[in-house]
Write a new protein. Structure first.
Length: 113
């Protein structure tokens, strides 16, 4: 009798914990994806900035100044496009996260089973 009660309590506990465990795993995976996105994005912006600093350091005559300014205009256009692309990628990432959590909640509701 006591063994049956413990088994039933254990099953109820597992039923309660399974969605929590799934949510924790999903959170960890999503956090990892977000951190990787941020690190990769940060590195690309750092590379761009260092490239422009090096280009500025190489200015030593009017022709190299003209080349630098032309490069600046191209870099600004590239940066603008990169910001748009990164914003879209981040939006897609967060939309996917939300959809995954919404599905987890729906799957965890007793009504949906």
């Amino acid at each position: 009798m006591a063994n049956e009660a413990l088994t039933k309590i254990s099953e109820q506990y597992q039923t309660f914990l399974n969605p929590v465990i799934k949510a924790n795993k999903l959170s960890a995976a999503n956090l990892e994806a977000l951190v990787n996105f941020q690190l990769n994005t940060l590195q690309s912006y750092i590379d761009l900035a260092i490239g422009r600093i090096k280009a500025a350091a190489n200015i030593d005559n009017p022709d190299s100044l003209r080349d630098f300014l032309t490069g600046q205009a191209e870099s600004i256009a590239n940066l603008h496009q990169k910001l748009l692309d990164d914003s879209k990628a981040l939006t897609d990432l967060t939309t996917r996260f939300k959809a995954e959590f919404d599905k987890l909640v729906q799957d965890s509701l007793p009504i949906s089973k």
